[in-house]
Design a protein around this ligand. Structure first.
Ligand code: CP3
Length: 342
């Protein structure tokens, strides 16, 4: 088994950094587009375990990455709790029904009762592990409670998520009630995913960067912290995008890996967080629009600046129109890199 990714996540000394990309399974791959074009939509792919397993493994075959991430979406949790989502072509996620008041929150299912509805995800994990046959570890994931709340209130993507933020300011008690229900569901969901066979879990707090430090400490961190404390079966990664302003707090979480976006330098992170955590990231996804010579140069520069305790990745998901050759150049540059002998 290529367990470089897991050994690195656990803080072991390794010969080179492992590499994978957020959103590696998706439109950058012609094999993905071929399957997707034959289906009614994204949800059919997510909800058909054999197909979800197939697209999960595609980047391992095509790109040679050191980890697979189960093909799914963070929005399956709101759906399991009672808010169905749609994915509108070229627009993104949309919820026909959103959370407006206390009665809406009380109606939501939570914990195991909600999480058990996502059997198609657990089946996909089992099929993937069987088909991967230990070639690389499999990552499971969930949205963080704040990011999930923001979709459940806002009902769609947004530049500002001002409806979701308004809810925190105007209805703090209801916000906590909802965050608690989401947190219970995330914990139950991750445990079921781990039972099904994932080797590490990553928590995506994609909208961390739009909160103030005080709001983040009140409405986001305590819930992530609870999830980290309840999950101890596998290593954990927390990726709170744009959360440089609470870095010290993130450094104290009970997790192995911190995901970094491209706004933060590894040096600054080490200074604040100290030596314990492994870092994951953080090349700007737009860097992959440069020439391959430049991609190679910038990737090596990034690897040098992280040094050890590093999982190479982008600072956010790869954009769907990134040339496949550029993605391969990024992966190959990492795989040919060697830490200097000390
Ligand atoms: O390869 C992987 O990383 C695994 C798959 C994965 C998807 N979504 C597939 C997907 C993962 C880890 C996610 C997480 C996710 N989903 C997040 C957190 C990570 C992040 O990007 O910040 C968020 C915020 C979502 C919500 C979501 N789902 C949006 C905003 C969109 C539409 C935008 C887009 O990229 O098209 C989706 C749909 C989605 N999720 C697609 C994929 C491959 C596109 C579906 C398609 O049209 O084929």
């Amino acid at each position: 088994m290529n367990d470089l990714f897991l050994r690195t996540a656990l803080g072991e000394k390794v010969e080179r950094p492992p590499v994978w990309l957020m959103r590696q399974a998706g439109r950058i791959l012609p094999q993905y587009r071929a399957i997707r074009n034959n289906l009614s939509g994204f949800k059919e792919l997510v909800e058909t375990p054999s197909l979800a397993a197939e697209v999960t493994i595609q980047p391992v075959d095509e790109l040679g990455v050191d980890a697979a991430i189960i093909f799914s979406d963070i929005l399956v949790i709101p759906e399991a709790m009672g808010l169905t989502y749609e994915l509108i072509e070229k627009k993104g996620p949309w919820f026909p029904k959103t959370i407006q008041n206390k009665a809406d929150i009380e109606k939501l299912e939570k914990g195991e009762v909600a999480a058990e509805k996502l059997k198609y995800v657990f089946d996909a994990v089992q099929i993937t592990q069987k088909e991967l046959n230990n070639r690389v570890p499999l990552i499971g994931f969930s949205g963080a409670p704040w990011t999930l709340l923001s979709y459940m209130i806002e009902g769609s993507g947004s530049k500002t998520f001002s409806k979701a933020k308004k809810f925190l300011y105007s209805e703090p008690q209801l916000a906590h009630l909802l965050l608690e229900k989401i947190t219970d569901t995330v914990i139950a969901y991750l445990k079921l995913k781990i039972n099904a066979g994932v080797d590490l879990v990553q928590i995506f707090d994609s909208w961390a960067g739009i909160l103030s430090p005080e709001q983040y400490r009140t409405f986001a961190l305590p819930y992530i912290s609870k999830i980290c404390n309840e999950i101890d079966e596998v290593p954990k990664t927390v990726f709170a995008k744009g959360a440089w302003f609470v870095l010290e707090d993130l450094g104290k979480l009970n997790c192995n890996v911190l995901g970094l976006d491209w706004n933060m330098t590894p040096q600054y992170n080490r200074e604040i967080v100290g030596g314990q955590k492994v870092f994951q990231g953080n090349l700007d996804p737009c860097q992959l629009y440069a020439t391959t010579d430049e991609i190679k140069k910038q990737t090596i520069k990034m690897l040098d600046s992280f040094g050890s305790k590093h999982i190479a990745n982008l600072g956010h998901g790869v954009y769907p129109d990134t040339p496949l050759e550029s993605v391969k150049c990024f992966v190959d540059t990492v795989k040919n890199y060697q830490y200097p002998l000390k």
